[in-house]
Design a protein around this ligand. Structure first.
Ligand SMILES: Cc1cc2nc3c(=O)[nH]c(=O)nc-3n(C[C@H](O)[C@H](O)[C@H](O)COP(=O)(O)O)c2cc1C
Length: 425
């Protein structure tokens, strides 16, 4: 029998995992509106997706009020309401413990993605009751007072409103910022998360420091790529000192210039860098010094989030992160536009050690088993990605041959048709 490369064991930090199908971090904007912590539904959502020896990565969890946007940039959150969770208070920490316990009970492993959104956040969080009485610094802050421009490009990562000009963090404030990460990491550890993942991707605060399109600083956090990456490495070192390297992980979204257009392959929240090629080579090579539990890389595949399941141009795009495989010696996870067959190929060809699935895991709580058995997948419903209640959150069924005859309103698609979509356009 041919060995399925996705279902072979692998060690990540101190943990031994039994397969390589990872839940990608996904914001669902369904936190408790009072505590800004997870709810009972959040526990169910992660529990449903846990599997024996499988890795789940949490949605982005905010490290402080200053890190926290209200996410009204997403039209469904504007319409349905919806909060994003944090992990800076005791109540939030205790509530996350229920999530990790549910995952561990099923033999799963879970990483806590820590996020500071920088200039993407709005000052409105200051009105929230758990923030109003405190002296917590408020957003938006960034490396420099570089405005986030409006964008009329299609896709959920684009910004369609007037953003408030961010305040440039003072040099002396950076140590306080690093301490905010440490508090959140300690809380994550107390809550039982197996790893913390530093979200240094997708145009948020750390990338706003790394990239010279935003970072115009004249102190030792600006200028050269070494200086622009200084914040990232100060955070890594602080968290490694708190938890040890094998409990710390990182997400990056390297990108390069598309020779056909002269622009970056993928841009998040308007963040660009004139030295994109060198910048990520430098950062990724330097990560070898720790060594961390894993590095999650986003493939810069255009349009990954803006389209319907079977009309998704991202799955036609080639992998572009191959050169990092030679630069980085640790566990490498890939995410972005993977199909069941392209994930198998990528791990089989040793392009990545593990593959994180976003949208297909969102709609298939038992995705690892379906991939192993070749069962059809539930199609996802974009309208319920962000905000709202249990519909589109905890009501995606596990696979059943009788699904189409029962109450589930989610359509099934054969896995080989997802591959066939490659040739359909
Ligand atoms: C609803 C949704 C929310 C997301 N939220 C996050 C997030 O909180 N943190 C993050 O790093 N990436 C986030 N992403 C990106 C995913 O981790 C992943 O890279 C993306 O979905 C592409 O993978 P896919 O093609 O398998 O869906 C999100 C994606 C989706 C669809």
């Amino acid at each position: 029998m041919v060995k399925n490369s996705l279902f072979t064991p692998i060690s990540v930090g101190q943990k031994s995992l039994s397969h390589r199908v990872v839940l990608a971090p996904m914001t669902r904007a369904r936190a408790c509106p009072i505590t800004l912590g997870p709810t009972k539904d959040t526990v169910t959502y992660y529990e449903q997706r846990a599997s024996d020896g499988g890795l789940l990565i949490s949605e982005a969890i905010h490290i402080s009020p200053e890190a926290t946007p209200t996410w009204t940039i997403y039209s469904t959150v504007r319409e349905n309401g919806g909060q994003v969770p944090g992990i800076w208070t005791l109540d939030q920490t205790i509530a996350w413990q229920e999530v990790t316990e549910a995952v561990h009970t099923k033999g799963g492993v879970i990483s806590c993605q820590l996020l500071h959104t920088g200039r993407v956040a709005q000052p409105g969080i200051g009105e929230h009751p758990i923030v109003r009485q405190t002296t917590a610094p408020l957003p938006p802050v960034s490396s420099s007072a570089t405005p986030l421009e409006q964008s009329d490009q299609p896709g959920d990562y684009n910004w369609d409103q007037i953003a408030k000009l961010p305040r440039a963090l003072e040099t002396a404030e950076i140590s306080r910022l690093v301490q905010d990460y440490c508090l959140a990491a300690r809380n994550a550890h107390k809550a039982g998360f197996d790893y913390v993942e530093i979200h240094a991707a997708h145009g948020y605060l750390i990338e706003q420091f790394m990239c010279d399109g935003v970072n115009k600083r004249e102190d030792h956090y600006g200028g050269s790529k070494e200086n622009r990456c200084r914040l990232l490495f100060e955070i890594i070192e602080a968290l490694v000192a708190e938890l040890g390297p094998d409990r710390v992980a990182i997400r990056l979204s390297p990108t390069t210039i598309n020779p056909a257009t002269g622009k970056l392959y993928q841009m998040y929240f308007g963040v660009t860098s004139s030295d994109a090629e060198d910048l990520w080579d430098y950062a990724i090579q330097k990560l070898n010094a720790y060594p961390l539990a894993y590095l999650l890389l986003t493939e810069p595949r255009v349009g990954a989030l803006s389209v319907l399941p079977l009309d998704d141009p991202s799955i036609h795009q080639p992998l572009r992160n191959a050169r990092f495989r030679t630069l980085y010696g640790g566990v490498l996870i890939g995410a972005g536009g993977f199909t069941p067959s392209s994930a198998l190929e990528a791990v089989g060809a040793n392009a990545y050690d593990m593959i994180a699935f976003g949208r297909w895991f969102l709609s298939n709580p038992d995705l690892p088993e379906r991939l192993l058995l070749g069962s059809p997948l539930n199609l996802y419903d974009r309208a319920t990605f962000y905000g709202g209640g249990s519909v589109g959150y905890t009501d995606y069924p596990e696979f059943s041959h009788k699904q189409n005859e029962t109450v589930s309103h989610y359509e099934l698609i054969e896995q080989n048709l997802i591959r066939a979509a490659k040739n359909s356009k």
